[in-house]
Design a binder for this molecule. Structure first.
Ligand SMILES: [Zn+2]
Length: 170
């Protein structure tokens, strides 16, 4: 069953890397997240649920049907995570999905930003779509700033194509 009827693919914010980084750092600070802290705990505290997917085939199916993240309401979202990712990919992926939550399920026109206000789901459809690429680029910039780790060397080559998914195809 497709969720596309109720949940929308988000629009990119189209703000600068600097703005996204500043926003991510502010959120990390507000939550009290320090580099190396347990990101599972952060997601739990925010009301997120992690659903593990154990095979690539199942993962692709979930991505097409449920997306990589489904945000229902403030403090209510599911992240579909491949159990076969390594530690670094897992941390980055979770931070990236948090990026979608904080950047793409808000109403940017409102004075008080409320993550989860706009129900969204992100899937792998329309990868060639410029809007979708920009949405992924923004979530990656959020993840980098949120984690503040030395990920640059691992993720540099994804920046040109602004597509996080290439990384996981091997
Ligand atoms: Zn994404």
């Amino acid at each position: 069953m497709s969720r596309s009827g109720k949940f929308k693919q988000p629009e990119p914010l189209c703000v600068s890397k600097k703005t996204i980084s500043g926003y991510a750092e502010k959120i990390a600070k507000y939550i009290g997240y320090e580099p190396g802290d347990d990101i599972y705990e952060v997601i739990n505290t925010l009301g997120g649920h992690i659903i593990y997917v154990h095979s690539w085939k199942e993962f692709v199916r979930h991505n097409q049907i449920d997306g990589t993240i489904v945000v229902r309401a403030p403090g209510d979202f599911d992240i579909f995570l491949a159990s076969f990712y390594g530690m670094f990919e897992t941390r980055f992926t979770l931070a990236h999905e948090l990026g979608h939550y904080f950047l793409h399920s808000i109403d940017p026109n409102k004075e008080v930003l409320r993550p989860g206000e706009k129900p969204i789901f992100i899937n792998r459809a329309k990868e060639e779509d410029k809007k979708k690429q920009r949405v992924e680029w923004e979530a990656n910039r959020f993840a980098e700033a949120f984690l503040r780790w030395a990920y640059e060397s691992i993720y540099n080559y994804t920046q040109g194509r602004a597509n996080c998914w290439e990384l996981y195809r091997g």
